[in-house]
Design a binder for this molecule. Structure first.
Ligand code: BES
Ligand code: MN
Ligand code: MN
Length: 456
């Protein structure tokens, strides 16, 4: 065993305790009542960065939640790697489905850590920090220069970091960006991610009468906003899975023949894995496209929740005055979020029955990105994964979004390495989110090796 491996092995328990401490902080960025906790999670990250021995550790205040920055630029002549991660987490509802409380991190019999954020992204970010710590402690130095930039608004659209990156690109000067916030297809198939989708997240509000109405007195003449919302939603995407927003598909990039062939042949059997993971017997959506194309390269429209009227126990005969739906669209890289929002707003209003007053709110948006697998940092990442997993990594897209990735690409213009150790069974954003501790420790070794290879 190398000294580095010994250090990692000897400190497993302490690494896990440091992760637990972070996971106990409910840093839910989309719910204002957790604002204090989001700030505490930022401070926790700063303590970790100082402990590693990084310099210029700073909790940078913004209009929203702070950014946490640190650097170590003493490896003269070596490349600078900008490491990104997020310390905020998603809401936990439905709480009753958690077998152990979301902010009481618990390692269950399967040797997975259960907590909100265990995988997305505190677990994955912590493993990167522990790789830095291990390298620094064992060698007294790092093999490359690093900057770390962590945000607390990723799950809420990442406005503050976007502003920072656009305003101070020179402070983030680097040769490569490294992001550990993605998944691999299974625990023995390592992956590098070469594309993310963008997103627009909206709220559609339908106003009917000026107040709630008795459904006997007014039923037959009153507008019903909930029903209007159902009509709008079903017109925007109907049973064939197509999205009926004029102009939406105009700029969609046609995938290459090689991509289409790969998606059709599906050598990793990801279609079956998807069904199994979801517990369904058939896949939904646009059946004429292979499932992987639907996830990586087609736009989607999803309803996340509908509110309005009466849903308590028993019955209440009321026609609601107002109804709301949260609706998002995932956007392959060529579709720009602002343009799509305009198209969406128009289409939603046009789809509404004449008695409905519709307002559409743009909650947040972010762009997708495609990255090249051929850069030197990607080659280093592939070698590191091959070393720890014994296999060449597969190159995959990702249906999810990390809004800042596209901006890093655009503003900093350097290769972006997306190497994550999450698994589909981690249940990110869902009850019982968890992270395999095997993956956590393997991740530490892999990231340490990646940084060493970057420094050669
Ligand atoms: N870590 C995810 C991105 C991701 C999703 C990676 C799926 C791998 C698989 C990230 O934290 C995330 O959830 N992003 C949000 C962004 C949005 C709220 C702007 C998403 O994709 O919903
Ligand atoms: Mn994430
Ligand atoms: Mn997430």
């Amino acid at each position: 065993m190398t000294q580095l491996e010994t250090y990692i092995k000897d400190n497993e328990n302490y690494f896990v305790e440091d992760l637990k401490g972070w996971l106990r902080i409910p840093s839910i960025s989309t719910l204002p009542e957790y604002a204090n906790d989001v700030h505490r999670a930022a401070e926790y990250a700063a303590v970790q960065l100082r402990h590693i021995g990084l310099e210029h550790v700073e909790v940078i205040q913004t209009q929203g939640y702070p950014l946490v920055y640190a650097d170590w630029l003493r490896a003269s002549g070596k490349p600078i790697v900008l490491i990104y991660g997020h310390y905020d987490v998603q809401p936990v509802d439905p709480l009753e489905l958690w077998e152990t409380p979301p902010f009481e991190p618990t390692v269950r019999e399967d040797n997975h850590m259960y907590a909100r954020g265990a995988a997305d992204d505190k677990g994955q970010m912590m493993l990167v920090l522990k790789a830095l710590e291990a390298l620094m402690t064992v060698n007294g130095t790092l093999p490359v220069n690093v900057r770390v930039l962590s945000e607390g608004e990723e799950e809420a659209g990442g406005t503050s970091i976007a502003h920072y990156v656009k305003t101070y690109p020179q402070r983030l000067h680097c040769d490569a960006v490294f992001i550990c916030d993605t998944e691999m297809p299974s625990q023995d198939v390592p992956a590098l991610i070469c594309g993310l989708r963008g997103i627009i997240y909206t709220e559609v509000e339908v106003q009917g009468a000026k107040r709630d109405l008795h459904s006997g007195t007014y039923g037959g003449v009153a507008p019903n906003p909930l029903h209007a919302l159902a009509i709008i939603i079903s017109r925007l995407k109907n049973a064939d899975g197509h999205i009926h927003i004029p102009g939406l598909y105009d700029k969609l990039r046609e995938p290459s023949e090689a991509e289409k062939k790969l998606w059709r042949e599906d050598p990793l059997h990801m279609n079956e894995a998807l069904m199994q993971e979801m517990g369904v017997s058939q896949l939904s959506g646009e059946l004429e496209y292979p499932p992987l194309q639907r996830i990586y390269a087609r736009p989607t429209l999803e309803v996340h929740g509908i509110a309005g009227g009466f849903v308590g126990e028993g019955a209440k005969t009321v026609i609601p005055a107002v109804a709301r739906a949260k609706i998002s669209l995932r956007l392959p890289p060529n579709l720009k979020s602002d343009e799509v929002f305009t198209l969406f707003e128009r289409a939603a209003k046009e789809a509404a029955p004449p008695d409905a007053q519709v307002t559409v709110r743009n909650i947040h948006g972010g762009e997708g990105v495609l990255t090249s697998p051929d850069s030197a940092p990607m080659k280093a990442a592939a070698e590191a994964l091959k070393e720890t997993y014994g296999k060449q990594p597969v190159l995959l897209g990702c249906g999810g979004s990390i809004p800042i990735a596209a901006l890093f690409n655009e503003v900093l213009g350097v290769p972006i390495v997306m190497m994550g150790f999450g698994l589909a069974s981690d249940s990110p954003h869902a009850p019982n989110e968890n992270y395999s501790l095997d993956q956590f420790f393997k991740g530490i070794r892999t990231v340490a090796s990646f940084l060493q290879k970057m420094g050669v």
